[in-house]
Design a binder for this molecule. Structure first.
Ligand SMILES: Nc1ncnc2c1ncn2[C@@H]1O[C@H](COP(=O)(O)OP(=O)(O)O)[C@@H](O)[C@H]1O
Ligand SMILES: [Mg+2]
Length: 254
């Protein structure tokens, strides 16, 4: 399914102070993410990236303009759209199995159906031996994989990822993002991912959107000319470095 925003703006109002005008947080911004595309968003801190993710997830209302899923307005959270933030929000008293299965439990599926679905997913996330472990027993990378599993278990058509690997060390981050790439390649999922790593954006994305300072507007839409499937080897190529430099120059201009 495609995602689109049209002349979208978002504002914040200072709480408890009606005399201050609302404060522009994002936009106006217009772009489309086609079905099956992997698009990364980069831009200065506070430019509205998380706001964009929340609006597309149906968790926040735009001030003006539209957020569209296959051309239909997004005005509430939907099972077709999976969202993941930097904070894993795993429940410490639940096993990995029960954490990943949570969305299915909330949707009313039986234990047998839930566990079958989760057990199918865990090997691809490298977590099959940790199904019975608790979040406190996991490394940072494993916890992020479990959080990703909890999003994927509902087979969303769209994945919205807000700096999902931002708290991980560089090596773990590379491994988890390549796992994500493999999982994405098996589906027809549409991905919009916010990252502060230019290298991560170039390695993963078909296109990179660069936002200006707050309120974030689109200042560049850069196509990544690397073929797929991609691997760590790509990061040593001339094309990779040229693209990363192009993105960096646009961010500096922001
Ligand atoms: N809960 C909030 N209350 C007031 N202002 C907020 C809130 N969240 C974000 N903002 C403002 O909106 C702007 C965009 O925030 P955000 O979308 O979190 O940016 P980013 O994710 O790019 O760092 C910021 O400049 C911030 O000051
Ligand atoms: Mg943010």
């Amino acid at each position: 399914m495609s995602l689109a925003v049209r002349n979208l703006t978002a504002v914040y109002s200072a709480p408890g102070n009606d005399s201050l005008p609302p404060f522009p947080a994002l936009g106006p911004i217009t772009f489309t993410v086609e079905t099956g595309e992997f698009v990364c968003v980069v831009g200065p801190s506070g430019c509205g990236k998380s706001t964009l993710i929340r609006i597309l997830a149906g968790l926040q209302k735009p001030a003006q303009g539209q957020a569209l899923l296959d051309g239909m307005p997004i005005d509430e959270p939907s099972r077709r759209i999976g969202v993941m933030f930097q904070d894993t929000n795993l429940m410490p008293w639940r096993t990995v199995l029960d954490n990943v299965a949570l969305p299915l439990e909330l949707a009313g599926f039986s234990k047998a159906v839930r566990y079958e679905a989760v057990n199918k997913l865990l090997p691809a996330l490298g977590l099959d031996e940790f199904a019975r472990a608790y979040p406190g027993e996991l490394s940072g990378g494993m916890a992020q994989r479990a959080a990703l599993g909890r999003v994927l278990v509902q087979h969303p058509h769209v994945l919205l990822l807000d700096e999902p690997f931002g708290a991980l060390d560089a090596l773990t981050r590379e491994q988890v993002s390549l796992d994500l790439l493999r999982l994405w390649a098996e589906k027809e999922q549409t991905v919009l991912m916010v990252t502060h790593s230019i290298d991560e954006a170039v390695l993963l994305a078909d296109r990179i959107l660069v936002l200006s300072r707050r309120p974030g507007q689109l200042i560049a839409d850069i196509r990544v000319p690397l073929s797929r499937p991609r691997s760590i080897e790509d990061t040593y190529s001339e094309i990779f470095n040229q693209t990363a430099r192009q993105v960096r120059e646009m961010i500096e201009r922001a």
